[in-house]
Design a protein around this ligand. Sequence first.
Ligand SMILES: O=P(O)(O)OC[C@H]1O[C@H](O)[C@H](O)[C@@H](O)[C@@H]1O
Length: 501
Amino acid sequence: MSLLLNLAKEAEVEEKIRQMFAGEHINQTENRAVLHVALRAPKDEVITFDGKNVVPDVHQVLEKIKVFSDKVRSGEWVGATGKPLTDVVCIGIGGSFLGPLFVHTALQTEPKSAEAAGNRQLRFLSNVDPVDISLNLDGLQPETTLVVVVSKTFTTAETMLNARTVRSWIISSLGESAVAKHMVAVSTNLKLVGEFGINTDNAFGFWDWVGGRYSVCSAVGVLPLALQYGFENVSQFLQGAWDMDTCFRDAPFDENIPVLLGLITTWNATFLGFSSRAILPYCQALSKLAPHIQQVSMESNGKGVTIEGLPIPYPTGQIDFGEPGTNGQHSFYQLIHQGRVVPCDFIGVIKSQHPVYLKGEMVSNHDELMCNFFAQADALANGKTREELLTEGVSEALVPHKTFTGNRPSSSILLPALTPYTVGQLLSMYEHQVAVQGFILGVNSFDQWGVELGKVLALKVRKQVSKSRTEGGKVTDFNYSTNYLLNRYLQEKEENTETFG
Ligand SMILES: O=P(O)(O)OC[C@H]1O[C@H](O)[C@H](O)[C@@H](O)[C@@H]1O
């Protein structure tokens, strides 16, 4: 640890954290500041960007969300037919989806939040697959549904097609004028929101200095979550995130949770060369943590060059994946124990959101879950030797199969309970862990040029599919394999196309 702490010094992590909180343009390739911490700063905090304190702007939007969500929840805001809007469908993808879904999943079983949600429903439509539309609109009535279109850029192809599709679902049932009452937006691009036909009075802005994957504490997450759980619960979530932000900003490195986790993750992934990391919450309500951190981490640190543009001669980032324990144990843990070395983050909770104790059982249901949490880290660390197996009477033939090498790294994180506050802490902890790792690697953790090429090629394919569907003719403009697949795909006509209106 002391060598890693020296490395943090050498890599000027302290200075980089200072630059981040000072609103310097540390996302150099996009010339942007990285100020998601300002999204959860209390009112009296001063965080400046280009000479201006941004905290009042943040609180202005928060206040607007509070007023709007209170109105919708109380039934003061009604739909086109005069009915209250009890169900919310959020349309967004990537950072405009995964963070809000993670927090929603964590809160939906938390007693206080669940009580505040009552019979309201919150759903997320992300995939451009029409099956996702069908799943998300199933059972909903346009007259009681509020649609929130969430997109930082308001240009993301999947989100915009889904938004147009759901808009036609509303119009076909309630008429054009219903859009004003049934559709709102979250974006940094209010011009495009207006052009789409959403009243910009009902748009909730955020800023260029918030990266998409770091935007859950902006209106991207706060609006849907406040509509579902009430503003008070969401402000506790923000407070939790800010608590971890101040630990990151102020604590000495040997007591700084995100810094320590960042160092350990870098040690495992880059120095020891382990190519993956498992995020394993022993908590069903955290089932969407790994998919969210997957984007935060892999889109941030999966880079091939340094911030100066030089090739990096060592592995960067790691493949993040995960499932809640104990489910993972009955699926992929075999590989983790005896196959490749996969550093693990175990996340446990001391108090269950829903404790159950069955008379006559040795332990409560939550204790049973947590016994596994403690056992797994121990098994990975210590393993089981040949000698132990022989003492237990295991046959020579089976000894190699039953041997565990041990010496497999894991970190265990124990939360007092899963509440809006601790969910905020957990979110911020991972966001900053990823930043520290990027600071040490010397990459720009805040751009994502690697997602562009696929988008450009999809555009070319879209033009071809449209042309072939209308004019016919063979596809020849792609490589042999793609031509062949496209021609086979286009042989079939689309059937049973559903249209709204
Ligand atoms: O919020 P949007 O502008 O619609 O962007 C949604 C997503 O688009 C791209 O895939 C980016 O790589 C992601 O970082 C982003 O979260």
